[in-house]
Design a protein around this ligand. Structure first.
Ligand SMILES: [Zn+2]
Length: 224
């Protein structure tokens, strides 16, 4: 009896199964996070802080009044199989929360190894980078593949070193794109993890770095 009462009490007053998301404004920013728990919005705000610092080193800034909404599911019009996306029209990022992302990762592991909180945070950073790059491209240039390159670079650069090493060890044959001609959207779609690592290693090569990012923002890349 006591045990079942305790269970009822836990169900009623413990972590709610379908809590209304709470709205939190990340410190020193105009970014709003909608998440079920404070722990989750804290990770998102940390991503905003860490990602934002790296973005500023590339002369990129997050748009004002961006909303980041976490949920257990993404609307059906989300990109197929993705953990999240940026909607420029609504200035909003939709992301699977950590728990849902871990579940999705069991069938399609993002980096070929089990998801960690740091990897999930890197997905947040990937999406905020799309938001930061969006308005920096020259009007009319093809942006899709170029934006994936930039998002990949910021995502991987801001991962803790231990996570970077684990991922690199999982893809020993990857040494970075040899030229910008190899940076294609189809490759990103087929194998995002290898695209991300190839982008990062290409970015790190002497002569590329932030100069290459500026070139991408100026000229874009073919979206095929
Ligand atoms: Zn992306």
């Amino acid at each position: 009896m006591k045990t079942s009462l305790l269970l009822v009490a836990l169900v009623l007053y413990g972590t709610p199964l379908f809590a209304e998301p709470s709205r939190i404004l990340c410190q020193h920013s105009t970014i709003t996070v909608l998440a079920e728990t404070k722990a989750m919005s804290d990770v998102v705000c940390e991503a905003v802080q860490v990602g934002g610092t790296f973005l500023r080193s590339l002369d990129l800034n997050l748009p004002d009044n961006l909303t980041i909404r976490l949920s257990r599911k993404l609307p059906k019009n989300g990109q197929h199989g993705s953990l999240g996306y940026y909607n420029a029209t609504h200035n909003e990022i939709r992301l699977l929360d950590y728990e849902a992302a871990c579940d999705a990762d069991k069938t399609t592991p993002l980096f070929g190894i089990p998801m960690t909180l740091a990897m999930w945070r890197s997905v947040v950073i990937h999406e905020i980078t799309h938001a930061a790059a969006q308005n920096e491209f020259t009007t009319g240039v093809p942006t899709w593949a170029a934006s994936e390159y930039i998002a990949s670079v910021v995502q991987f650069s801001t991962l803790p070193e231990a996570e970077q090493d684990k991922i690199k060890a999982n893809y020993p044959g990857i040494s970075g794109f040899a030229s910008s001609a190899e940076i294609s959207l189809i490759y990103y779609m087929l194998d995002p993890a290898k695209f991300i690592l190839n982008s990062y290693l290409h970015f790190c090569r002497q002569g590329n770095g932030s100069g290459f990012i500026r070139e991408l923002l100026l000229k874009g890349l073919p979206d095929d």
